[in-house]
Design a binder for this molecule. Structure first.
Ligand SMILES: [Zn+2]
Length: 224
């Protein structure tokens, strides 16, 4: 069958949107499925005749070549948290179904917990070529880790101490400001009181004269 490209550049499959169905492709798929089912049924029947349990179908897994390794990338489990998604492939096979799809194993997990346990599971790890055994750390590695943790802790406490000193300086500064403002207030009040007393001594008439002469009183103008 020649490959067709849709209006949006998408490859059209056998059940393309144009409504035409490629009967040959579907016949082929149906035949394959039938053959698989037939083989399985035959195995089960043979086992039953021998009085044995039906054999479990094991997936073909490669032999592990390395020990368990730490994941280096983020699984992105919460990437789509609280989002509404359009399901592109409802009821189909492969990616685009609701849930988490593992490309390596070609299977869908219905939720993040199932996906995480699949990714940490034996089958998935075997496909990555890993066993479930963890490498034993050497003495040097342990020492390096302890040194790293110690450095981290001391750095943290250092930054905490620095913050404390900064805050203390800020509090002291504010306190000084408050005291200065209080002193200023007392000074102003004293001056006003002194002026009042002086005016009372000189009497009202004198003040009138003083006003005529161009100055209203004693003391600074700023304060009044
Ligand atoms: Zn997998």
């Amino acid at each position: 069958m020649a490959e067709k490209t849709g209006a949006y550049g998408k490859q059209e499959n056998a059940s393309g949107r144009d409504g035409k169905w490629d009967m040959e492709v579907f016949k082929e798929r149906a035949k394959e499925r039938d053959k698989e089912a037939f083989d399985k049924a035959k195995e089960h029947e043979e086992a039953a005749l021998k009085g044995k349990k039906a054999p479990r179908t094991k997936p073909d897994l490669p032999k592990p070549t390395k020990l368990l390794e730490q994941r280096t990338h983020d699984l992105g489990i919460d990437n789509n948290l609280n989002k509404t998604m359009v399901v592109n492939n409802p009821g189909g096979r492969g990616a685009g179904q609701p849930g988490f799809y593992c490309d390596l194993c070609k299977r869908v997990s219905k939720d993040s917990i199932a996906y995480l346990s699949h990714v940490n599971g034996k089958t998935h790890l075997r496909r990555l070529g890993q066993t479930t055994q963890v490498a034993r750390s050497t003495l040097d590695q342990v020492r390096a880790k302890i040194a790293f943790l110690r450095a981290q802790t001391s750095q943290e406490s250092e930054s905490k101490r620095f913050n404390f000193e900064k805050r203390l300086a800020e509090v002291t500064r504010l306190e000084d400001q408050r005291r200065e403002a209080e002193k200023q207030k007392i000074r102003v009040e004293k001056e006003q009181k002194r002026e009042k007393e002086l005016k009372a001594k000189m009497g009202v008439q004198d003040e009138g004269i003083a006003g005529m002469m161009g100055f209203g009183g004693f003391g600074s103008r700023k304060i009044r």
